[in-house]
Ligand binder design. Structure first.
Ligand code: BGC
Ligand code: NOJ
Length: 838
């Protein structure tokens, strides 16, 4: 397969530049950082929502459509300057800056995806149209700043049509309940603003609007009037005829389209600011007259962004915001491919993943999943250094959905922050992740006070206990749910949502994820949870030891130093017992077993016909260093190389399942090489890589890492890889697949946080710790000197590492010229220089 290139990195501007609109798949970006969000493809497809992609969908988008990415914010430019009755050319040129939907060939096309903004530029017949899309900080709107420029030597008379299609708020019912939907749509038009107010007359107190800061010469708000029932987005009737209908939507499908006539002298350029906004009103201030929406807040928002200067200022603020975020951890290795991922794209993806969890991408429809308990906790390690206060809030939100026995809802809805009953609980790895996330937060910030926060169970007022108590019951949940081998019972599933050992489904109408599980009499145990328990258990022990020296004070019954000392002891024993259980019952000879099934039979063993080895338990048990002294860790890592590794990364299991196994559930439902059946789950490759790092095997760690690092992949495989070359995807088709190396599920994946955690802390070796920064790199022998500039609490460290051909092992460190003992740079505010010799 010819590996065509569709774009390249522009590191100076922190942009990915797409130079051909016909990418192998829509290559998207995310706008918005707090409440108002948009997805935007390289041809301006996508949609916007407020906080919750299901319940507050602002614009409509049809997933899995034909053509694939159909619907978005479209500008149609009608250029009649080529009309010539003599040559009988009676058709004007109609084009879009982003090529789609008209697909008129452009003289120039470029899409620059940057940090929370996208700029799409097209040129046709001497006219340049460039649109900057972004969501300003703290504002509930998407700005679309369109600049039209006449680069020809003739006067240009252009007709400009904007286009957005409203979603009737609930993205799920919007796509199914047409008997109602076709009668509810309502709009208002006032000057250059089109308001969408469907259902506002009843229980909604929110509306949306689409505005332009220029007089308009017409508009449309009814889809069929504008597009025509037998036309498409590619040739809306109103546009083709160059005439808006001034339609007023009553029911059916409301849209918003402005019509503007633009004259441009040679060399002249004009800016238009389009605003897609969202407004909420107080109940008693909903209307300004009977059934007329109160537009005060909309007017105010528009006034904040109604000139090019104001928009440019808002854009500059957004850029400064990203500068600050990306200035916290900066590496200079001299290897552009590594530096750009560490300094720009990996961190960016972590923030996007934090904002969106798993809700809205081009693979997640925004209606399916809420925020995952596990997902949100692990995402935390990706962004906690950038916005600790929001990490703090996230931890409290997550913990508030826990049950008194330590179990937890698997997901919660961001708008209500309530646990999701559809999916419920019973994923027995979930509780451990709360420790993982909280420890990362405290190490970054030194803020132990979070443990004093009073946090409810299942959001029930009156049920509050301290966050520390939540951590304690999280650990206890594992201890209280051990199976016959004293290994953790898996419950509905562990990290691998598709290893459904208690599910037993023959009914194709049932979802593996939500179907009732058999819990009576199960012997299904997980080695993945065992490893996770040991890793987080060690963290918990270390935390208790810290707390023994600084007891929590604000708790209603203050916990004493001796309590924490005893607690550390108690948990150490549980961890030791788990280590013993793994060594006794979890080792298969060359690798760690994966699990025991309902009946207590081995999974992921040489004795099995298929799926003899799984990656998850290798990752977690090597991270936990279980049996390192006896050589188990090294053997397990070697087995990963031998059986799991292929050109594109490590597959999840090997050999792949070739048939459905009733006792295993969804994992065996996938064809060979895809998803959880021997796909390359980029998410769990880092576990093994960290295992390699802890074992000091820098060459192996690096070679695994580079295989799934987007900047390396894009160099070789833009076409094959298919999805965005600037971010990781959840899954790359494995060696048994039809097309190994093809990526899927880009953007919203735990891979982002795990790649970041791996490279920042384990490869480059800069690890936040309670009392300072621990330096412990693990590098390939070929690594040259590098520098990390790390802001940490009130300090800034300039750390230069001299690897001297070593893979692991710090020999000496100087802090501001003075040698220090050990490998932790003690925290003290201010600027510091650190030299590290390996
Ligand atoms: C997917 C998993 C996912 C699960 C829960 C399954 O179909 O294969 O990757 O975690 O659904 O949404
Ligand atoms: C995707 C989910 O978001 C993640 O939590 C899960 O563990 C993996 N799929 C593996 O099944």
């Amino acid at each position: 397969m010819e590996q065509k290139r569709y774009g390249h990195f522009d590191d100076q501007h922190r942009e990915y530049v797409i130079t051909d609109p016909q990418t192998p798949w829509p290559w998207i970006n995310y706008l918005g950082n707090e409440d108002f969000f948009s997805l935007i493809s390289n041809t301006a497809g996508g949609y916007s929502f407020y906080k919750d992609a299901k319940f507050r969908r602002i614009t409509r988008y049809r997933y899995n459509n034909v053509p694939m990415d159909n619907g978005g914010r479209y500008f149609y430019i009608v250029d009649e300057s080529n009309l010539n009755s003599q040559t009988s050319n009676l058709k004007p040129t109609i084009w879009n800056p982003g090529w789609k939907p008209c697909k008129t060939p452009l003289d120039f096309y470029e899409c620059r995806h940057g940090m929370s903004y996208t700029r799409i530029t097209g040129r046709k017949n001497g006219v340049e149209a460039s649109v900057l899309f972004f969501v300003p900080l703290k504002k509930w709107c998407e700005v679309q700043k369109l600049t039209l420029k006449n680069e020809s030597s003739e006067v240009k008379q252009l007709k400009l049509f904007s286009f957005e299609e409203w979603c009737l708020w609930n993205a799920a019912t919007d796509m199914e309940n047409f008997q109602r939907n076709f009668s509810t749509g309502e709009v208002e038009i006032e000057g250059s603003t089109i308001y969408h107010k469907t259902e506002y007359r009843e229980r909604r107190n929110h509306y949306a609007f689409y505005h332009v800061n220029a007089p308009i010469q017409g508009y449309d708000t009814d889809r069929e009037s504008f597009v025509g029932l037998y036309n498409e987005f590619a040739d809306p009737q109103a546009v083709v005829e160059g005439k808006p209908r001034n339609s007023h939507a009553h029911g059916w499908s409301p849209i918003a389209s402005h019509y503007i006539e633009v004259t441009l002298q040679p060399g002249e350029s004009k800016d238009f600011v389009f605003l897609l906004g969202y407004i909420e009103n107080e109940q008693d201030e909903k209307f300004e007259a009977p059934q007329v929406i109160n537009k005060k807040k909309a007017h105010a928002l528009i006034a904040e962004l109604d000139t090019t200067e104001k928009v440019d200022k808002a854009f500059a603020e957004l850029c400064e915001y990203w500068d600050a975020l990306l200035n916290i951890y900066k590496v200079r290795t001299g290897n552009d491919k590594l530096d750009r991922m560490v300094n720009i794209w990996n961190q960016y993806q972590c923030m996007v993943t934090f904002n969106f969890s798993r809700s809205a991408s081009f693979f997640e429809s925004g209606v399916g999943r809420g925020m995952g308990f596990r997902d949100s906790n692990q995402d935390l390690v990706g962004f906690v250094h950038q916005i600790p206060p929001r990490a703090r809030q996230r931890i409290i939100d997550i913990a508030s959905t826990q049950f008194p026995d330590g179990g937890c809802y698997h997901q919660y809805q961001p708008l209500t922050k309530r646990g999701n009953n559809d999916i419920g609980g019973g994923f027995n790895d979930d509780p451990c992740w709360l420790i993982f996330g909280t420890v990362a937060y405290i190490k970054e910030t030194g803020d132990f006070s979070i443990l004093d926060e009073m946090v409810p169970f299942d959001n029930q007022p009156g049920s509050e206990v301290t966050l520390f108590e939540h951590l304690k019951i999280s650990m206890d949940h594992v201890i209280n749910n051990l199976g016959p081998h004293m290994l953790p019972l898996i419950g509905r599933a562990d990290w691998n949502d598709c290893l459904n050992l208690n599910c037993f489904s023959w009914d194709p109408n049932e979802s593996f994820q939500t179907t009732e599980n058999v819990s009576e009499g199960t012997k299904a145990e997980s080695l993945m949870i065992a490893g996770l328990f040991v890793v987080t258990g060690k963290d918990y022990v270390q935390l208790c030891k810290q707390l023994a020296n600084r007891p929590l004070t604000s708790h209603p019954s203050p916990l004493t130093s001796s309590f924490f000392a005893e607690e550390a002891n108690r948990m150490q024993q549980a961890v030791d017992a788990m280590i013993d259980a793994v060594k006794k019952h979890g080792w298969d000879g060359e690798w760690y077993l994966r699990a025991y099934d309902f009946y207590g039979r081995k999974i992921g063993s040489n004795e099995c016909d298929e799926a003899k080895i799984f990656i998850e338990s290798q990752g977690w048990c090597t991270m936990a260093e279980i049996g390192a002294e006896e050589g188990l860790v090294a053997k397990s890592l070697d087995s990963c190389k031998k059986y799991l590794e292929c050109e594109h990364g490590m597959v999840l299991n090997n050999p792949a399942f070739s048939k459905y196994i009733y006792e295993y559930g969804e994992i065996s439902s996938y064809p060979e090489g895809y998803k959880e059946n021997a796909g390359i789950f980029c998410h769990n490759n880092p576990w093994v890589i960290i295992g390699e790092c802890i074992a000091g095997r820098g060459n192996d760690a690096w070679s695994h890492y580079a295989k799934i690092l987007p900047s390396y992949v894009e160099e070789k495989y833009q076409t094959l890889h298919k999805v965005e070359p600037y971010v990781n995807c959840q899954m790359v088709a494995g060696k048994d697949a039809f097309k190994p190396g093809e990526g899927k599920n880009s953007w919203l994946t735990g891979t982002a946080a795990w790649m970041w955690y791996t490279v920042s802390e384990f490869i480059l070796g800069i690890k936040p710790d309670y009392d300072g920064i621990r330096i412990d790199p693990c590098l390939p022998e070929t690594a040259s000197d590098y520098t990390v500039n790390r802001k940490f609490r009130e300090a800034e460290y300039d750390i230069t590492i001299h690897p001297n051909g070593q893979q692991k092992g710090v020999k000496s460190i100087t802090l501001d010229g003075n040698p220090i003992d050990g490998t932790v740079i003690p925290y003290s505010p201010g600027k510091h220089t650190v030299e590290v010799t390996m």
